[in-house]
Design a binder for this molecule. Structure first.
Ligand code: ZN
Length: 101
């Protein structure tokens, strides 16, 4: 169990957790959105035990990643650029590994 202590997650978490961003990771362009405007299908998501969590969303034939940030009672929702499912899926895996943020 030594070594797992640095992961600040609740013991009963079952969700995905993003790895800490690597110093030279790719930068995702995040655009502010109003989450109530459009319902999208959530295909995958990270654990919401964290103040920032991510969702892999589908809208029509396109996908994007949504980032939800909770700060002092405020909730900020942003989206990556919508693009082909295959491209967004790659971005999603980079994000989880800490290679994009
Ligand atoms: Zn968690």
């Amino acid at each position: 169990m030594a070594g797992s202590k640095r992961r600040p997650y609740a013991d009963d978490c079952i969700g995905l957790h993003v790895e800490a961003a690597h110093r030279d990771c790719a930068r995702i362009d995040w655009n502010l959105v109003r989450p109530d405007v459009e319902r999208m299908r959530v295909r995958d998501h990270t654990c919401d035990c964290q103040p920032v969590f991510y969702e892999l969303c589908q809208a029509g034939g396109q996908r994007c990643i949504r980032r939800t940030t909770r700060k002092g009672g405020r909730v900020v929702v942003e989206e990556s650029v919508r693009t082909a499912a295959s491209r967004t899926d790659i971005l999603w895996s980079l994000l989880l590994r800490g290679d994009a943020r």
